[in-house]
Write a new protein. Sequence first.
Length: 375
Amino acid sequence: MSTTTASSPEPEGSADGQAPRPARLIQNEATTEIPVHLLFRDDPDPEPVPVRPAVVGRRQGTGEQPRVRRPGPRPRRHPVPQVDPELVERPARVLPGTVGVLAGVCGAAGCAATSWWAGVLPPLALEALRLPAHAGAVLGPAQWAAYAGAGAAGLFGFGGLARGRTGRAWVLGLFGRYRGTVRRTGLMWVNPLLLRRRVDVRLRHWRSEPMPAADGSGVALKAVMLVVWRVRDTARAVLGVDDHEAYLRECVEAALARVAVEPPGAGRAPAEGASDVLTRLVAEEVAPVGLEVFSVQPVRVEYAPEVAAVMQRRRIAALDAQHRASVLTSVVDSVEDTVTRLTVRGLVELDDYERKALVKDLTVAFCAGRGEAGP
């Protein structure tokens, strides 16, 4: 029985008798020959070539999909503080003020009646009230119980009276728990056992002290900010933070540290929309604590004391250079106009040497005249 051996493909030889080329090991892979002179270069210091990240394509006959590099995760923004979601403003239960007045009057009348019943009412009060003297009664348990009931009614009636004003609100609490907010105006009765905290809910303007800031180049500045704001949710503003006004001030300082502002007259146009960006940042940070910000804008921006002198000299130098450039442009235009008129009208005939000398003399004369006249 004959055996057949699988012979490897013979290398292909050239017709002129040169050495045969080796067969390709990967039949479905396209290869490219590299010229030999590129492998041995005489350049001792080759220039670096920036290498771009390569994208591996699909190989022929393998069915492999191209590997696409997905962009990395975007940097997260500054986290917004979170407040208890159950802490939301709600109206408190109050009664009209007439109820408290009636309860107080009833309590006072009950105390007076109990005193007459016990026989301890002074004679002058008996004459004023035209009541007969009640003899034989003493301060016993019944009288003391009547005193307690009438006194409690009077204290609760008069002690719970309150007057609400426009633009003011009360945040009520009992044993550390939020019981509601009172925004009503006029005379009302509020439970005297509740703790009251007054809050200003009007539209307010706050002008800050000079705060540290920086321009687009990182130069230290001092900025005075004007903030228009109001309390929108009294429960969160009072119970969500220790001091909502201090919290607003810190949020403005933090936003000012992240936004570049430009001082007026610095030779550069101020950052467009800096006020809008500041307003948006501060509004996002104070919204969870029940504050509403309408506008945050710098009203005065100046250089910090440590860099004020240097920036002032730089500003003067820039203005001086700008003035010199404008003066030189004006002198050159005047010289050109003078020489052109003299030659075009045929008043003088000048060769190159004479033209250069005339231009030089006119330039010196015009510059000297502007220097004597001043800026």
